[in-house]
Design a protein around this ligand. Structure first.
Ligand SMILES: NC(=O)c1ccc[n+]([C@@H]2O[C@H](COP(=O)([O-])OP(=O)(O)OC[C@H]3O[C@@H](n4cnc5c(N)ncnc54)[C@H](O)[C@@H]3O)[C@@H](O)[C@H]2O)c1
Length: 247
């Protein structure tokens, strides 16, 4: 797979799964656009990637800020001449049992995970429509398929991403623009590193492949979903979970 001459935006890419996705595309020759809330994270990835000889641009922005996202995507298009791939990876959790969940916890998770994904799709698609073969990849979660105690807000946001993905796939298919979702299971990142060891081992026990996933497992699927090798695949949700959820 070769992404030379392609511009790829990955949101929430200063660490974890987003960083691994960004690096996978950069290593295949793409111009990679890092977009994250954390300025320090963006700067450190930019210097790391530049040292490795990758083509990269960095932007500090919040995916819920539609005006800022609009400005950033315009700048990317003006600098690179195209937006070929958008990976909506930025996401947060604010776990609480429903009876204890504050409305603010609900709103924050729905805003970043679901509305942020909508905003980025809306702002990027005006450029991506001009590129037949362009691809949008949304990070959902197996929790959006099966629910989870203490994660009503997160599960609802990720289930929403699945509906959004299918609608975008239908709306833009005539423009040869595809949209798919990835539903990771338990992946080792900063988001999951605070789980107690007994919880991690009980999850690992329940996973048929008997291990947590790695960010690279997700990045590999992103490369496939952004490439011509998947040109007949759109509107799908693909689990990357070691067999945890089989439908
Ligand atoms: N780690 C897992 O096990 C797992 C499982 C299923 C799904 N996911 C999903 O994969 C994605 C990445 O997860 P991760 O584990 O790497 O998370 P992470 O917390 O390690 O990284 C998330 C990144 O998103 C950025 N971010 C958060 N809010 C933002 C905003 N409003 N605007 C811009 N950037 C923002 C953060 O600064 C951070 O760099 C998330 O959407 C998550 O829900 C992760």
């Amino acid at each position: 797979m070769d992404f030379k001459g392609k511009t790829v935006i990955v949101t929430g890419s200063s660490r974890g799964i987003g960083k691994a996705i960004a690096e996978a595309f950069a290593a295949k020759g793409a111009t990679i656009c890092i977009l994250d809330l954390m300025e320090e994270g963006v700067n450190s990835i930019l210097s790391e990637f530049t040292e490795k000889g990758y083509n990269c641009l960095g932007f500090v922005g919040n995916v819920t800020d539609s005006e800022k996202i609009s400005e950033i995507f315009k700048e990317i298009y003006q600098k690179t001449g195209s937006i070929d791939v958008l990976v909506n990876n930025a996401g947060i959790t604010k776990d609480k049992l429903i009876l204890k969940m504050k409305e603010a916890d609900w709103d924050a998770v729905l805003d970043v995970n679901l509305k942020g994904t909508f905003i980025c799709i809306q702002k990027a698609s005006r450029y991506m429509m001009k590129q037949p073969g362009s691809s949008i990849i949304n990070l959902a979660s197996v929790i959006g398929l099966i629910g989870n105690t203490g994660q009503a807000n997160y599960a609802a946001s990720k289930a929403g991403i699945i509906g959004l993905t299918k609608s975008v796939a239908k709306e833009f298919a005539a423009r040869e623009m595809r949209c798919n979702a990835i539903a990771p299971g338990f992946i080792r990142t900063e988001m999951t590193e605070n789980l107690p060891p007994e919880v991690v081992s009980s999850y690992a026990e329940a996973i048929p492949l008997k291990r947590m996933g790695t960010p690279q497992d997700i990045a590999d699927l992103c490369l496939f979903l952004a490439s011509d090798m998947s040109s007949y695949i759109t509107g799908q949700v693909i689990n990357v979970d070691g067999g945890l959820v089989m439908q």
